[in-house]
Design a protein around this ligand. Structure first.
Ligand code: NG1
Ligand code: ZN
Length: 550
């Protein structure tokens, strides 16, 4: 009853705008910031309930990633640091769209009953709050706090301005009983990076010693955090452009999404960067792509996307596993062999999939959205996933890490400093450097830098490990994007009927042609993707498929 009174009172302070229907989507709720305060308030309630249900710390992040600065959004981190369980998404939708306080309270009561969640002063819930640098973030954070506080026994802890992966890392670490300050995060990254650098073979060490990396910070939170992290790193020269301090606007012709889609240099990069290794973060620093400018006379870049980062990581991990395996009479006695798996989506360049399969790797496909990739990657001892747009990470199973720790101790006593032991140490360092909760541009960047040094590889050489097939992405605005239903990791249209046959017929006209459509989970559009042996052909294929969608 007291709970009911508190809710009635607080809900009325965050009225829901009329005529807006929101859906939790690929990455939480996203919309123009001006209409979001009721949604964020309600997600605050949801997070508190999730914390009560799981008896663990939950995260709430306010960001709209690579969207324009006037947008904002909100997403929830589960106890493991991963995305909110899909089972709760319908409840999130229902909460966000409840018409009034009575409706909302009824929903909460019914859901709590169904999920066996009890309220009261003897219950405690904790929600960590984070936000990116968007100007609307502060008032939305206030709404989130009110939402959390309106559930009796719940506390909201404001962790400040953070990258999305930092908040996810904090939630994960807190639930493992570890320290979770920002400094702890920076130290874990810089220490494990230092480990990998110390383990670089002498022969390759000198080749990349003093070349620099230029980073496009998207005028967002990633730039600010990298500036901090940089202070703890040895052996790395990083120059940050688009830090947001030069007056540039968040995600405006800058950032990983822009660079990946347009394949041109971001603003703030002059012709003098030709040939230099460059990286680009997105607005909340969970995406990372690399590139280098091809010539002074044009702004065209050679893009090294998420697929190539995935491939680089895979090459390195495989190399370490095979060193670990060497000189052993039998196999490395880990349940026969280590299960290394790679996970992609239909947006992965076909050439990357061919490359990985030629290495003899198992490549799995899931629908778009980190939640699906992450879940699949967790099936392996070491699961590597990436979206072409630069979101991804490497997951190590607890079971494998235990074995690896033991193996390392054993090697340390019988063959300290051997190549085998170094390989074990490198894998352990990777598991600490790379964010186990969610894709993280900062930790990904440090791993790329460590591996390039390890392999003595320039960005040019890295880019040449395979040749991307030309591709094109288009968006089509339609009256109702939910009318398109797909299957088979989104590669086949089920509805409207007949459409897939038309796409097949168009695709068949092109050498190495591949094309698919799907409704976006973050924008009100249908996305069209096409790939073919030439750019002209890919463009044409995308265009003709788009015409049939309209
Ligand atoms: P949607 O709008 O569902 O395509 C986009 C990206 C996803 C993911 C989410 C969340 C593409 C084609 N899609 O989703 O990969 O990153 O945004 O940010 O890049
Ligand atoms: Zn992002």
């Amino acid at each position: 009853e007291e709970q009911r009174k508190i809710l009635l009172e607080s809900v009325s302070r965050f009225p829901r705008p009329q005529g807006v229907k929101l859906s939790y989507g690929t990455a939480g709720f996203r919309a123009d910031a001006s209409i979001l305060s009721s949604t964020v308030f309600r997600v605050g309630i949801l997070s508190a309930l999730r914390s009560l249900k799981t008896q663990s710390v939950i995260g709430l992040m306010i960001t709209a990633s690579h969207n324009q600065v006037s947008d904002n959004g909100v997403k929830v981190a589960d106890p493991s640091g991963g995305m909110l369980t899909q089972e709760w998404e319908p409840f999130a939708d229902a909460l966000a769209n409840a018409v009034d306080a009575e409706d909302l309270i009824r929903l909460i009561t019914d859901f709590a009953k169904k999920e066996n969640i009890s309220f009261g002063a003897d219950q405690s819930a904790q929600v960590l709050l984070g936000r990116d640098t968007r100007p609307s973030g502060e008032s939305l954070l206030h709404a989130a706090k009110q939402g959390v506080n309106s559930i009796v026994g719940s506390v909201a802890i404001d962790m400040g301005v953070l990258t999305t992966p930092q908040l996810h890392w904090m939630v994960r670490s807190r639930n493992k009983g570890m320290k979770v300050s920002e400094l702890d995060y920076f130290e874990q990254l810089s220490n494990s990076f230092g480990c990998l650098i110390d383990l670089i073979p002498q022969e390759t060490m000198l080749q990349l010693m003093d070349d620099k990396l230029i980073v496009d910070g998207a005028n967002g939170v990633g730039a600010e955090k990298l500036e901090e992290l940089k202070k703890l790193l040895k052996g790395l020269v990083i120059q940050i452009h688009n830090s947001g301090k030069e007056g540039g606007v968040l995600n405006d012709r800058v950032g990983a999404d822009y660079v990946q889609k347009e394949k041109i240099v971001p603003c703030g990069f002059g012709p003098n960067v030709v040939g230099i290794r460059c990286a680009s973060l997105d607005g909340d620093a969970d995406r990372l792509v690399y590139f280098h400018l091809l010539s002074e006379s044009s702004n065209k870049i050679d893009l090294v996307d998420g697929d190539k980062i995935l491939s680089l990581f895979t090459l390195f991990i495989r190399e370490q596993l095979s060193i670990l395996n060497k000189n052993e009479s039998e196999n490395i006695n880990y349940d026969q062999s280590v299960r290394l798996g790679v996970v992609q989506t239909a947006y992965a360049n076909g050439a990357s999939t061919d490359f990985l399969k030629q290495l003899g790797l198992e490549v799995a496909f899931t629908p778009t959205g980190v939640k699906y990739l992450h879940e699949k990657a967790a099936d392996y001892d070491i699961g590597i996933y990436f979206e072409a747009n630069g979101h991804g990470t490497i997951l190590f199973s607890e079971h494998f890490l235990c074995w690896l720790e033991a193996k390392n101790s054993e090697l340390a006593s019988v063959s300290k400093g051997s190549e085998q032991q170094k390989a074990a140490l490198r894998l352990l360092a990777v598991s600490k450097l790379i964010n186990q909760a969610v894709g993280d541009a900062l930790s990904g960047l440090l791993l790329v830098e460590a591996i390039l040094r390890h392999m003595g590889m320039s960005i040019q050489k890295w880019s040449e490990i395979y040749q991307d097939l030309p591709s094109r992405q288009l968006k089509v605005k339609v009256a109702d994007r939910t009318a398109v239903i797909t299957t088979n990791a989104e590669t086949v249209v089920v509805k409207p009927s007949g459409l897939q046959e038309v796409i097949d017929a168009e695709t068949a006209k092109y050498a190495r042609g591949r094309s698919f459509i799907r409704p976006s989970g973050t924008e009100d559009v249908i996305r069209v993707y096409a790939e073919a042996s030439t750019q002209e052909a890919a463009d044409e294929l995308a265009k003709s498929v788009a015409l049939h969608v309209d």
